[in-house]
Design a binder for this molecule. Structure first.
Ligand code: PMP
Length: 445
């Protein structure tokens, strides 16, 4: 049996149609910004695997750091009072880079478990403070926060909510801040204030004594690269502060260079949240690692002398702070600094966005948006969603046939190339997209 048949027979893929006859595309190897399929075809990977392979493929320094740590100490338990050097060193190094007093790290093994741990911490925190009724969580339409029971219940994408069950009693959604969807004639400032007021109204409707936290991606990723209007982050944080609602910034996609900074919350949007969640790029996708990063203020309020009786922190995983994943993250941070990856992203990213925006000239392109190396092209031909999705899918198919992998999601082509891409590579992405849009328009007549 060849690989594709074995895959069809045995593997359940995330977000896949279990009844589909479509054969998987098997990616066998990668080098730099390119990947190669099992037929030997080469593709420019404009999605970094899944927003994560920041350094591109085949980085031998990363491979060596991982292999050396495997030989040194492949694993030891992080439970209770046990530790291994890489997680300690990583927490220390990260604390030099995080905003404000975000200096405590609960390591996990994915973005979902980072978000799940952040929320479990928030519940634990309010229980310790004697406010157990503060449990409710506000998320936004089109958000994506993960695929565990709790985090999936915070996903705001309609298409993600089908035949599964979700937690409903303590989760509430508010509108997303997508300027492209703002009511006609409304100024961007008024639109921002409208979305902020909706958050405030939601808190008041549930009751401030019941709302524990608001969770938001600084730029919404999987939901369509939604960049909120200027001032939105600061104003939503102010609302949260007013009602003692904790602010969780989900930086699983945006941290570690994608927007040209270690963390987008403070460096791009000027806020210091209470908790930041990270994963993906923290190891450049070379190892599965996530973290909930929690402020000194929160931890100190409930620990040490102020700790409640029996408040043992029973949350964590076998692989929390796994030595090999932490060694990979340490090496990635070293390379980021040495190669000035953030400066490179700021330079290539602004060139990329400028060139990408030229695609707006095509009538099937409704919007082009993004920041640095996190972008998307939205296809719009009518008010009919199905039609728009079909057009985006055709653009995506043409891209693939021309050697470019983009991430199709509904009527969007999502782009997040490896951070090492140069201006010529960025141009190539835009050129192939342009050709693919023209081919699609020609087919449509
Ligand atoms: N949060 C955000 C913002 C994400 O984009 C993702 C994954 N795309 C997650 C959480 C979940 O991460 P993981 O798939 O590693 O569990």
């Amino acid at each position: 049996m060849d690989l594709t048949k074995k895959d069809k027979r045995h593997v359940i893929h995330p977000w896949s149609d279990l009844g589909s006859d479509a054969e998987p595309m098997v990616i066998e190897s990668g080098k730099g910004v390119h990947v190669f399929d099992s037929d030997g075809n080469r593709y420019l990977d404009s999605i970094s695997g899944m927003w994560c392979v920041n350094l591109g493929y085949g980085n031998e320094e990363m491979a060596k750091a991982i292999s050396d740590q495997c030989v040194q100490l492949a694993y030891y338990t992080p439970f209770g009072a046990m530790a291994s050097p890489p997680s300690i060193q990583l927490a220390h190094e990260l604390s030099q880079l995080t905003p404000g007093d975000l200096n405590f790290f609960q390591f996990t093994n994915s973005g979902s478990t980072a978000v799940e741990s952040a929320i479990r911490f928030v519940h634990y925190y309010f229980n310790c403070l004697g406010q157990p009724e503060k449990k409710h969580i506000i998320y936004r339409e089109n958000a994506y926060h993960g695929s565990t029971y709790l985090t999936a219940s915070l996903n705001g994408k309609k298409c993600d909510r089908s035949y599964f069950n979700y937690i409903t009693d303590i989760v509430h959604s508010t509108s997303d801040p997508n300027p492209y969807k703002k009511p006609e004639g409304m100024s961007i400032e008024d639109f921002c204030d409208l979305r902020v007021r909706e958050l405030k109204d939601k808190i008041l409707e549930i009751g401030p004594d019941k709302v524990a936290c608001f969770i938001a991606e600084p730029v919404m990723g999987s939901g369509g690269v939604i960049v909120p209007p200027p001032g939105y982050h600061k104003k939503t944080l102010d609302v949260c502060r007013e009602y003692d609602v904790l602010y969780i910034s989900d930086e699983v996609v945006t941290a570690f260079g994608r927007l040209g900074h270690y963390f987008a919350s403070e460096d791009v949007f000027g806020i210091v949240p209470d908790i930041i969640t990270v994963a993906k790029g923290i190891t450049s996708g070379y190892q599965p690692l996530g973290a909930a990063i929690i402020s000194d203020k929160l931890v100190n309020r409930i620990s040490g002398e102020s700790a409640s009786e029996n408040s043992y922190y029973t949350n964590g995983f076998t692989y929390s702070g796994h030595p090999v994943t932490c060694a990979a993250a340490l090496k990635y941070l070293e390379i980021m600094k040495r190669e000035k990856i953030n400066d490179h992203v700021l330079e290539v990213g602004s060139h990329f966005m400028k060139r990408l925006k030229t695609l707006k000239e095509f009538p099937i392109v409704g919007d082009v948006r993004g920041v640095c190396l996190m972008a998307c092209v939205e296809c719009v031909v009518s008010d009919n969603e199905e039609e728009n999705i079909a057009v985006a899918q055709r653009v995506d198919e043409h891209c693939q046939a021309k050697g470019l992998i983009v991430r199709p999601y509904e009527n969007l082509c999502i782009l997040s190339p490896p951070l090492i891409i140069d201006k010529a590579g960025a141009d190539q992405i835009v050129d192939i997209l342009r050709d693919s849009i023209i081919s699609t328009m020609n087919e449509m007549g």
